[in-house]
Write a protein that binds this ligand. Structure first.
Ligand code: UDP
Ligand code: MG
Length: 312
């Protein structure tokens, strides 16, 4: 395979229900572009028939298909990392396997890249997700805007295009817990965004539980900003000034009016509030320390069982 113009990187985790439809729409859409391309699928340790289906597709289109098979689940962003390390295209696009990002929209991103941008994000024109997901993601977008310097309108959307130089920069950092669109944004010279369509998941279920969504958002916030820690120490200053003032007030009161025993439950409320704050602070520290620990262990970020690709 000579260097293709486009690489399409697609992470796959338990997507047996959508893969066939994905192939049927993706390959014709790409053929229509009239560009040389390769599709790189990463099977992220699926426990269903996904690996077998990807193997069949590789046998059907070996000229333009490459498949990386992980031996265990490493997460969507690590799967994309592996795709980035193995793809060869000049423009690299990421896409979800569940057809929420219509393959027919790829040409819009390619056109923007050809205008000279090195990173093209996308904004979902009308998001087809549950109300709760849409609302929660809006809130996280706003929080991210505040605490990081990353300007992405629609962070949850993975239909994005990256230039070779941005992909090389991403490959040079060996981050364990990261958020690819944000990492790419920090390396891009000329980022831009386009509006794209969004569809309901073609089949199967979302691979993100509420818990894993929260974890992912912690990766984003802690990976790109120290602001949560800085805010927390500011809060600490305010609270200790406040309690200092309270101490002086109570001392004066004790001297003038004598001892008091009332206000027991006010005390409880105050204590619970402060204990809550302290626990939150310890948890927040833990989020950072845990990531530092993962990073310094230097364990492999993912284990590749096999790579299916045509030998040159
Ligand atoms: N995915 C993955 N590993 C995981 C979770 C998800 O490779 O641990 C893939 C999944 O197969 C899909 C994409 O990441 O291609 C997005 O996942 P999903 O559609 O379930 O997320 P949602 O659209 O609900 O955010
Ligand atoms: Mg999806």
């Amino acid at each position: 395979m000579p260097t293709p113009a486009l690489s399409i990187v697609i992470p796959v985790f338990n997507e047996e229900a959508t893969l066939t439809t994905l192939f049927a729409r993706l390959y014709p859409a790409l053929d229509e572009l009239g560009e040389t391309y390769e599709v790189v699928f990463i099977n992220d340790g699926s426990r269903d028939r996904s690996a077998a289906i990807l193997r069949e597709q590789y046998e059907a289109r070996p000229d333009v298909t490459r498949v990386i098979l992980f031996s265990a689940n490493a997460g969507q962003h690590m799967a994309i990392m592996a795709g980035f390390e193995h793809c060869r295209g000049e423009i690299v696009l990421t896409l979800d396997a569940d057809l929420q990002n219509p393959p027919e929209e790829i040409h819009k991103l390619v056109a923007k890249m050809r205008e000279g941008h090195d990173y093209v994000g996308s904004i979902r024109r009308k998001r087809q997700d549950s109300l709760f997901r849409t609302w929660a993601s809006k809130a996280m977008n706003r929080l991210r805007e505040k605490i990081t310097r990353i300007k992405i309108t629609d962070q949850g959307n993975m239909l994005r295009a990256y230039s070779r130089s941005v992909v090389n920069a991403i490959n040079s950092c060996k981050e364990v817990a990261t958020f690819i669109p944000a990492l790419a944004y920090t390396f891009a010279r000329s980022p831009t965004e386009v509006v794209v369509e969004h569809e309901e998941r073609a089949a199967g279920e979302s691979k993100y539980s509420l818990y894993s969504l929260i974890r992912l958002n912690f990766d984003l916030m802690t990976g790109f900003s120290l602001v949560p820690l800085q805010w927390f120490s500011m809060l600490g200053i305010v609270v200790s000034l406040g309690s200092g003032a309270l101490f002086v007030l109570l001392m004066v009161r004790r001297l003038i009016l004598g001892p008091e025993a009332e206000g027991l439950f006010t005390l409880f409320a105050l204590m619970f509030f402060l204990i809550g704050l302290a626990l939150f602070g310890i948890g927040l520290l833990g989020e950072y320390i845990g990531r530092i620990y993962q990073q310094v262990r230097h364990r492999p970020r993912y284990l590749i069982e096999a790579i299916l690709e045509k030998q040159e």
